[in-house]
Ligand binder design. Sequence first.
Ligand code: KG4
Ligand code: ZN
Length: 326
Amino acid sequence: MPGPGNILSNVVLSQLEEHAPFGGVVPEIAARAHVEAVDAIVETALAEAGVPPETLDAIAATAGPGLVGGLMVGLTTAKALALAWDKPLVAINHLEAHALTARLTAGVSFPFLLLLISGGHCQLLGVEGAGQFQLYGTTIDDAVGEGFDKVAKLMSLPYPGGPNVERMAKQGDPDRYALPRPMTGRAGADFSFSGLKTAVRQWARQPEFRPSDRADLAASFQAAVIAILRDRLHAAMRMFRSAKPRDIDPVLVISGGVAANTAIRSALTQAAADAGFRTVLPSASLCTDNAAMVAWAGLERTQLGLFDSLSTAPRARWPLASLSAG
Ligand code: KG4
Ligand code: ZN
């Protein structure tokens, strides 16, 4: 069983400053910033790790899903290195990298239940192995991180919204605003966040809404998100249990950028414990996007001999469940 692993280097370059004036990621800026930074990042990573290229087993890079400009830069660089150093290429699905992080940090064994909450996704999955996922539920509209980012914008908080909304929420009253909790109590484990976002917008646009009300609105929003996640998680825990043998020790992994939120971490850990699930959470810096998780997914795929051709193209859309189909 692989993991836990040892991280020799994890260089993360944030482009937040470049995008902040626009309140979100601008694809052209992202692609150019990737081109400008990628060579130096590879050099720094190798130097920090103290690993000569000839000792590497493989070169892993994210191939999707996401903005194709940035993906193209990373994947093309990885192909060039694979060719120059005569190493196999591993094309990584970004979501699989989030999914397998808990094996890097804690050596969690398969199968486990995964709640993946990020800027682009909100899903509940059964993880059976690298490349083997069963989808229990997904958002039918916005991703949860997207909700945090939009709510931040509505309240004129800086991008990225998640950490700033969380900070605001700490000082607020979560019961002040009555906000909807879409899909809760419904069959299945799908999510919806757009009605919640719309309700926040309506409150924030009221003429009597003051900057001093922002903390209460942020706290009420975060409480609604937690209630939705908890309800859908309960449904997925039931599905996971009925699909798996009785004798396994059920584990919940929470991963993706929104899993950095401390209120969400503690509320969901408690909800899972009440249902008999042990929760494994990567540290906040390994929940938000990082290089180590991509390298780890590359390691797991390398051990299985799952390599990719140098003609692999980046993919804007690439659902995890499609990996299982091969
Ligand atoms: O996984 P990630 O770094 O990138 C994607 O793959 O999307 O997730 C980024 C998302 C953003 O929407 C950001 O606002 C959110 O994660 N996020 C948070 C927190 N930290 C990051 N959301 C809520 N609370 C946080 N502390
Ligand atoms: Zn991510």
